[in-house]
Write a protein that binds this ligand. Structure first.
Ligand code: VAH
Length: 314
């Protein structure tokens, strides 16, 4: 990788990924849409360009002008928002991906497009979900993710485009606010615990989902794209995880730091229904075997870092 374009650079992963990549690579262009321009350190630390994923000519022009060799395609509507706007979710998630893959085919770029545990559905084995298994998601988010996996594999096999992807679990960041997903509660709970001492949890006890602290997620993106392609048996998309917990367990990890923290349940039927259709835990042995994936944060260390960071920032 040398000249990198991040499409959707102002979203939950994008800003932190851009800033992390800029510490390692010479040229990292922050692609954005006018409705969500880069601000602060993202704006000041490197080049940015308007790149609307629904405009293939705009993608191609920026790729050519900056001699981009790698595209991180992070443009997507997250699960709960995608259920409210399914047509837009498809347009961005699949129509956008098609545009990116066509430019990558013509210009010789590698492409990273995250998938998600949302690409699995109620018929998928829920515990230690295998790398290769049934994927019949019942959400538009899941349909765009499993379709994106298939399209990205097709472009690799048919045209030789270097496409790679991970199935992200819920990502927990102390920088970017949640983006309208089913796992948002696992970020909101930390801010509520520090600021109010109490949290209204939208998911019921026993709702297990895979989760990952953002520093591990950023490292997964970079390490996969830097991996030796001859070692990759899979490409789109690798199961990766760091931990699996339910609301009670994350609340208990917070109480170990803030003993007075309390929580009550106020269920959100939409998010509960989506969460129930997703795995309880993933088997990520293929990512570990094929490109050395290894998370560094578990629930206690993530909780300690989240609370310390939120307290420091106020
Ligand atoms: C969501 N945070 O909840 C995203 C993610 C696995 C969860 O895809 O939609």
């Amino acid at each position: 990788m040398k000249n990198i374009l991040i499409i959707g650079s102002t979203g939950q992963i994008g800003t932190e990924l851009a800033l992390t990549l800029r510490k390692i690579y010479p040229t990292v262009i922050a692609g954005y849409i006018p409705a969500a321009p880069p601000k602060g350190e993202l704006l000041e630390s490197g080049p940015s360009e308007i790149v609307d994923i629904t405009n293939p000519d705009q993608i191609a022009e920026v790729v050519r002008r900056h001699k981009v060799d790698t595209i991180f395609n992070l443009a997507a509507l997250l699960s709960a928002v995608a259920e409210a706007k399914p047509q837009l979710a498809w347009k961005i998630g699949l129509g956008g991906l098609f545009n990116v893959l066509e430019v990558a085919r013509e210009e010789g770029c590698a492409v990273f497009t995250p998938s998600s545990i949302g690409s699995f559905g109620p018929e998928t084995p829920h515990d230690k979900t295998p790398q290769d298994t049934i994927q019949r998601p019942k959400t538009m988010y899941g349909v765009t993710k499993v379709s994106g996996e298939l399209l990205s594999d097709y472009y690799h096999k048919r045209f030789g485009v270097d496409t790679r992807s991970v199935r992200f679990p819920g990502l927990i960041s102390n920088v970017a606010p949640p983006g309208g997903g089913t796992t948002d509660y696992a970020v909101d709970i930390y801010y509520a615990a520090v600021r109010e001492g109490h949290f209204h949890c939208p998911l019921k006890p026993g709702t297990y989902m895979d989760m990952m602290y953002m520093p591990d997620a950023l490292r997964a993106c970079i390490e996969l794209m830097e991996a030796d392609p001859t070692k990759l048996i899979h490409r789109n998309s690798f199961n990766v995880t760091a931990m699996s917990f339910d609301p009670e367990e994350i609340a208990n990890s917070i109480r170990a730091v803030i003993p007075s923290f309390t929580m009550e349940y106020e269920l959100d039927p939409l998010r509960q229904g989506i969460a129930d259709s997703w795995p309880n835990s993933l088997d990520d042995s293929c990512a570990r075997a094929e490109w050395g994936w290894q998370p560094k944060y578990d629930l206690p260390s993530m909780t300690a870092d989240m609370i310390e960071t939120i307290r420091r920032r106020g």
